[in-house]
Design a protein around this ligand. Structure first.
Ligand SMILES: Cc1cc2nc3c(=O)[nH]c(=O)nc-3n(C[C@H](O)[C@H](O)[C@H](O)COP(=O)(O)OP(=O)(O)OC[C@H]3O[C@@H](n4cnc5c(N)ncnc54)[C@H](O)[C@@H]3O)c2cc1C
Ligand SMILES: *[C@@H]1O[C@H](CO)[C@@H](O)[C@H](O)[C@H]1NC(C)=O
Ligand SMILES: *[C@@H]1O[C@H](CO)[C@@H](O)[C@H](O)[C@H]1NC(C)=O
Ligand SMILES: *[C@@H]1O[C@H](CO)[C@@H](O)[C@H](O)[C@H]1NC(C)=O
Ligand SMILES: *[C@@H]1O[C@H](CO)[C@@H](O)[C@H](O)[C@H]1NC(C)=O
Ligand SMILES: *[C@@H]1O[C@H](CO)[C@@H](O)[C@H](O)[C@H]1NC(C)=O
Ligand SMILES: *[C@@H]1O[C@H](CO)[C@@H](O)[C@H](O)[C@H]1NC(C)=O
Ligand SMILES: *[C@@H]1O[C@H](CO)[C@@H](O)[C@H](O)[C@H]1NC(C)=O
Ligand SMILES: *[C@@H]1O[C@H](CO)[C@@H](O)[C@H](O)[C@H]1NC(C)=O
Ligand SMILES: *[C@@H]1O[C@H](CO)[C@@H](O)[C@H](O)[C@H]1NC(C)=O
Ligand SMILES: *[C@@H]1O[C@H](CO)[C@@H](O)[C@H](O)[C@H]1NC(C)=O
Ligand SMILES: *[C@@H]1O[C@H](CO)[C@@H](O)[C@H](O)[C@H]1NC(C)=O
Length: 561
């Protein structure tokens, strides 16, 4: 009896006795299903010569490896991801050289910003248990899907973590009627468990000969932060944002009620979930999204060797052609010396003609140009995105802005935008990324979503990032924040009435409520209070955020510009 009790009370990593005993009691209620967190790099701190450590080192930047582990996030920046910025506790490797022994020879493996205990969610009852537990014991909660969040909102020290990873069911319905509908309207739709990732959804959709609109990385979650945070794609210019195509959510709200939200029931919640952000209104178990027939895509891709002069000139060319390209249906990610863009509206001949100026520029520099037709979005994704294998596990600090289409008829504003981009070029690790991913040609239903209204007026979502080293000093971290803030300022100045994409933003973006949601914030806040009256869910700069002084944010450093 006594020994069994002692066994269950062995302290968890970095958790005090009171919380350990709360978790132990919850674990008993759950039949032992509460997981004990192991940071992904722990094997190297235990035995750096082990095969397990070698595997972690070899796969440090591999998102497929990271996504299957609770104790990992995609980006492990000190403030919020795997490490606690303010105490420097954590268990990471040097991402620039994972074989560097400095981390495990100079530090202990600590839980950092991760939760010590996590529940792999199997259904609504698990979530109801968790909310009841949080309410009765005062324990914090966090929700993790893939760990892609740029503000580290999917992990939280000292919280009970709900991990949605295993809710990975996908189903197809050619005549989906949202629950409560009379059958007068139906949709071709795909229903996704909350843990599904875009690569799997694209593959599934392709097998059913349909197209869905999703994120530009194979392991982004299809049904979590991406969807609730707007959800942009290279197909968004023609097919809309993720929120425009959401048909139904199944969710447990913090009051413990399992609800279905769609155009017929819980319509206020349905509106809030379409743009109000992840981690705020409850735990999504399942979502249903619109599918459209298979598309033939024209793909245009260029790249050339970069100098400061060619980069600036090419950015000018992008600015000069931006409106025309977007109006022709192109969506893509553009950089100072390369881009990949797709277009579902043009013929191959029209596509070539439309891209002529960029191709001529590139060819004059002996760069490479490709124009090709792809039979489906999945074929495109496999060739251009999966194969490109974006490295994760690094430490980027983002700065972003939505750039309104209106400024492109103003020569002064265009010149200032070019200067803002050019100011990024001297920094080796700062690269402007111009995303043509706004719903420019999409005929949306007015008032149906709660996203920042500026999304509808924007031509581009502009992003850049600066990196900090794995063991940066406080002063170095602050320097990177200042740099990002100062490079963002000219973008804010050129588009003062716009805002930012709330899933991709500077972590200290000023006046975040307005910058993330504009005039839709007040209704979102009222709905937050309606569905989460006890404030059981909270995350960094989410609707109803309790503020930097809340105990949840002790790992986020102070920064003021
Ligand atoms: C490499 C990379 C590429 C990206 N590309 C794109 C892109 O093309 N388009 C785009 O729009 N965005 C893109 N993003 C941003 C991405 O959409 C956000 O990081 C998003 O928050 C990820 O959502 P997730 O559910 O996968 O991640 P997580 O980090 O697991 O979760 C994100 C947030 O949602 C909450 N959440 C997750 N699941 C649930 C749930 N079931 N119920 C309630 N809350 C939940 C979490 O608590 C957290 O607050 C990209 C990010 C990265 C790192
Ligand atoms: C929960 O109980 C199981 C079975 O006893 C144990 O393996 C697991 O480590 C416990 N979880 C936590 C968080 O203590
Ligand atoms: C990434 O990790 C996954 C899962 O561990 C593995 O199957 C895959 O081969 C790895 N990819 C690379 C490029 O090593
Ligand atoms: C998973 O999807 C299938 C249809 O593909 C459905 O029959 C089944 O009920 C779903 N399971 C869950 C747990 O949702
Ligand atoms: C779906 O809509 C089509 C076209 O309006 C209709 O013919 C069909 O009967 C509907 N199906 C269901 C299940 O409601
Ligand atoms: C796929 O869809 C397209 C467009 O709707 C259609 O022309 C084609 O016949 C379909 N192919 C298959 C294999 O179902
Ligand atoms: C491109 O290649 C041609 C032929 O090799 C060469 O003459 C020319 O100088 C090159 N131009 C640039 C910009 O490198
Ligand atoms: C670009 O740079 C690479 C590497 O330095 C070089 O091999 C290649 O010839 C360059 N291409 C052009 C067109 O200058
Ligand atoms: C053009 O842009 C400049 C710089 O952003 C701004 O000061 C000016 O008011 C704009 N002009 C018009 C007509 O909008
Ligand atoms: C846009 O949608 C509205 C209502 O949904 C419809 O009345 C209008 O004709 C559509 N416009 C275009 C250009 O498709
Ligand atoms: C960070 O780690 C590197 C080795 O990876 C080491 O050379 C450097 O001195 C460390 N910096 C600080 C501030 O500890
Ligand atoms: C959301 O913003 C749009 C665009 O400004 C506005 O038309 C709508 O009334 C707002 N919705 C609410 C509920 O405030």
């Amino acid at each position: 009896m006594i020994s069994a009790l002692l066994l269950t009370l062995i302290p968890l990593k970095d958790v005090d006795a009171a919380l350990t005993s709360k978790f132990a009691s919850l674990n008993r209620t759950l039949g032992g299903r509460l997981g004990e967190t192991r940071p992904i790099s722990e094997p190297c701190y235990e035995d750096s010569t082990s095969d397990a450590c070698k595997y972690v080192q070899e796969n440090y930047g591999n998102s497929t490896f990271r996504v299957d582990v609770y104790g990992a996030t995609m980006y492990c920046l000190k403030p919020v991801w795997e490490t606690c910025f303010t105490t420097d506790q954590g268990c990471v490797l040097n991402y620039q050289d994972p074989t560097d022994p400095t981390p495990w020879t100079t530090q202990k493996c600590e839980i950092g910003s991760l939760s010590s205990a996590y529940l792999t969610v199997e259904g609504a009852e698990d979530v109801q248990h968790a909310f009841a537990f949080a309410k009765s014991t005062g324990t914090l909660l966090s929700i993790k899907n893939t760990g892609h969040d740029f503000f580290g909102r999917s992990v939280l020290k000292n919280s009970l973590a709900l991990w949605t990873h295993n809710l990975n069911n996908i189903s197809y319905n050619a005549m989906f009627v949202p629950e409560g509908g009379q059958g007068d309207v139906n949709y071709t739709a795909i229903t996704l468990g909350a843990g599904t990732q875009w690569y799997d959804v694209y593959k599934f959709a392709d097998a059913h000969n349909v197209t869905v609109v999703g994120g530009y990385h194979p392991t982004i979650g299809a049904s979590g932060g991406w969807l609730m945070g707007a959800g942009y794609s290279v197909l968004t210019p023609t097919l809309g944002l993720g929120v425009d195509r959401a048909l139904q959510f199944k969710i447990v709200t913090p009051d413990g009620i399992f609800r279905t939200a769609n155009e017929y029931q819980n319509t206020d919640l349905f509106w809030a979930l379409r743009g109000g952000g992840g981690g705020t209104f409850g735990v999504i178990l399942e979502s249903t999204i619109l599918a459209t027939p298979q598309l033939t895509l024209q793909v245009a891709s260029i790249s050339f060797n970069r100098t400061e002069e060619t980069a600036r000139n090419f950015l000018k060319l992008i600015i000069d052609n931006g409106v025309e390209w977007s109006e022709a249906g192109w969506g893509g990610h553009m950089y100072p010396n390369n881009f990949v863009s797709v277009n579902p509206l043009l013929t191959p001949e029209e596509a070539l003609e439309s891209m002529k100026s960029a191709f001529d520029y590139t060819l004059a520099l002996n760069g490479s140009v490709v124009i090709e037709e792809m039979p489906s979005f999945f074929a495109f994704f496999e060739k251009y995105v999966t194969a490109a294998d974006v490295v994760v596990g690094v430490n980027p600090v983002l700065g972003t802005r939505l750039i309104p289409k209106s400024i492109f008829s103003n020569e002064t504003a265009k010149a200032r935008l070019l200067d803002a981009f050019a100011a990024m070029l001297p920094f080796a690790t700062v690269n402007p990324q111009i995303n043509a991913v706004t719903p420019l040609l999409y005929n949306h239903t007015k008032g149906a979503t709660s996203i920042l209204p500026a999304w509808r007026e924007a031509l581009w979502q502009v992003v850049f990032a600066a990196e900090v080293s794995w063991n940066a000093t406080d002063a170095e971290k602050q320097e990177v924040f200042s740099l990002v803030d100062s490079i963002t300022q000219p973008l804010r100045d050129v588009a003062p009435d716009s805002g930012v994409c709330q899933t991709e933003a500077f972590i200290y973006e000023p006046d975040f409520e307005t910058a993330f949601w504009g005039n839709n914030y007040s209704r979102l806040l009222a709905l937050k209070h309606k569905y989460d009256p006890n404030g059981l869910l909270d995350c960094w700069r989410c609707v109803g955020w309790q503020g930097a002084q809340d105990e949840r944010y002790s790992c986020y450093p102070d920064y003021s510009s």
